[in-house]
Ligand binder design. Sequence first.
Ligand code: MN
Length: 214
Amino acid sequence: MSDHYKFINTPLPYAYDALEPYIDELTMHLHHDRHLQAYTDKLNELLADYPQLHDMSPEQLIRYSGRLPSEIAVPVSRNAGGVYNHRFYFNAMSPQPQRSPSEPLAKAIRRAFGGLNGFKERFKDAALSVFGSGYAWLAADSRGRLFIVPTVNQQTPLTRELIPIVNIDVWEHAYYLKHYNERGKYIDDWFNVMDWKRAGELYAQSPRRPAPRQ
Ligand code: MN
């Protein structure tokens, strides 16, 4: 599938109600059909008069935001972030998730966090720590080391030279209808639908260069 201007709002990879009872159907409709749609439409509108940017993916627009025409650089990076981050979030969940990581991701998680429970604890803390709107990410560096990274608004770890593995959207629109102001309960529910299979594939594809010899 082409992934450049004119962007389309790619469908969810599962039914709107498939993540029930953890994430409710109405939230998924509003989140995908209105919030992600709005970022997609706005990005198309911003790029309409810049044909030289029409072959760039959301990821490329984010990575190269410093070289975009200055009058659109900030809104393009925000809206490309809105598209990239939401697609990443929706694709990271599954109605039939793999419940724990496979190798080599499992080993990296043991090394970084002591194991899956250690990861969950640290990830939940990071997701709770985002003040206002944003995301928490599990990301890898070029040596395959894992980091938990909170980001605000529609920023991504891509601009920090990190490879995203998992993200959770903690903007209130991701959970308010079901969980009200209880972000912690939403995070606990989200752990039941996050898919370690997809995370493991992203990690396995990442560079993981060995550290240079001292
Ligand atoms: Mn969102």
